[in-house]
Design a protein around this ligand. Sequence first.
Ligand SMILES: Nc1ncnc2c1ncn2[C@@H]1O[C@H](COP(=O)(O)OP(=O)(O)OP(=O)(O)O)[C@@H](O)[C@H]1O
Ligand SMILES: [Mg+2]
Length: 313
Amino acid sequence: MNKIIFFSGKGGVGKTSCASSFAISKINQNKKVLLVSTDPAHSTSDIFEMKINNTITTILDNLDAIEINPEEESKKYINSIRNNLHKIISPAILSEINTQLDAASVSPGTHEASLFDKMLSIINTEIENYDYIIFDTAPTGHTLRLFTLPELLGSWIDSLVKKRKKVVNYKKMSLTDKNKRKNLEHDPIIEILNRRKENLEKARKIMIDQNKLSFIFVLNAEKLPIDETKKAIEILNKYSIPVGTLIVNRILPKNIKDEFFIRKKEHEIKHLKTIYEYFKDFNIIELPLLERDMDFKNINELSNFFKTDKNLV
Ligand SMILES: Nc1ncnc2c1ncn2[C@@H]1O[C@H](COP(=O)(O)OP(=O)(O)OP(=O)(O)O)[C@@H](O)[C@H]1O
Ligand SMILES: [Mg+2]
């Protein structure tokens, strides 16, 4: 049974709605679920009409939720680096570094690295407490960058460690005092980098473990979401990250009288055909377009569509 499920897909296709409905379908099967949202718009709070913040909050029996704010995490992450540096760097250099760290805290790479850190710590600390941890993520590109990060960062960290070891060695050679030399054996920067690398390796292991993690892609039966899903799945496959299930959301009803919607339905049928042909080895679930937009009642209604014999995750 896969425990960690990522809902991904193009902006606005219904990731938050589907992740929430899926969570409800699981608690209805008596499973314990943690729903994690990385959406700064706080849509999960809106759907469940409850204030959910960055600590785990119980929203229903067997359903807990947490909303991570990437910007806040980014600031925390940079501050933790700042605190570590305080211990090892002179105040004069520190003020220069502080300016650079402030700039770094708003850069996109930092957002992703810090978000990734937070997701990992949630996985590591909560995996034993839940049957499922469901991540409702930001639109595709962002999530993919997040997932390809460990590989990219891994070799970057290796090169930083190498450089730092050289610096420490030079320092050691310049010292005559034996005790001072011994102090340098536990260089805090190398330790931080090594811990970082260990975390990334742990993450990578979880990601490629088909029994632990899976991706569910949400799309609409339209050209752009289909194209984006094809590309995203190709990238994930390249990194050996499994995707087995697609949700085609907002399917129009069958009996339409209106001319405009009849033509729209024809397009939908054509796109659905493409989806079933291209993704023939996938589990595909169709969810109907509901009359009203998402609220708790609708989420419950959609959750019924996950009652299927197909092995979704
Ligand atoms: N099956 C559906 N029937 C009717 N409305 C829907 C359905 N699915 C989603 N919606 C509506 O579509 C809008 C977008 O849905 P949602 O917020 O779930 O998408 P998202 O992919 O999470 O968006 P974002 O990329 O901004 O995070 C919302 O207003 C939601 O109420
Ligand atoms: Mg969303």
